[in-house]
Ligand binder design. Structure first.
Ligand code: SF4
Ligand code: SF4
Length: 85
């Protein structure tokens, strides 16, 4: 069974103009989040991303943006704080 995280909260993004499709991010991602389509990588399963940062650290062209170390908790906490305010 594939591990799922909270829906629509991962901070993961690819800067398409920087990506050359080397597939390094696919090699290091533990959750099959990416796929090569054409000559660039595409995010195919964003909700499977646990924000570990391996793809960002290993991309030779700095084409990946992700906020690491929170496991998707930041937006959840922000929403909770807004409801309390
Ligand atoms: S590692 Fe970077 S340049 Fe290579 S396919 Fe992934 S996003 Fe594109
Ligand atoms: S942050 Fe980790 S889980 Fe998310 S896409 Fe990158 S390597 Fe995969």
């Amino acid at each position: 069974m594939k591990l799922r995280y909270l829906r629509n909260i991962s901070s993961l993004a690819v800067v398409n103009e920087k990506c050359i499709g080397c597939a390094m991010c696919i090699d290091v991602c533990p959750h099959d989040v990416f796929r090569i389509e054409g000559k660039r990588v595409r995010i195919i399963d964003k909700d499977a991303c646990m924000e570990c940062g391996a793809c960002k650290r290993n991309c030779p062209f700095s084409a990946i943006e992700v906020t690491t170390g929170t496991g998707g908790l930041v937006p959840v906490l922000e929403e909770m704080m807004q409801k309390k305010a």
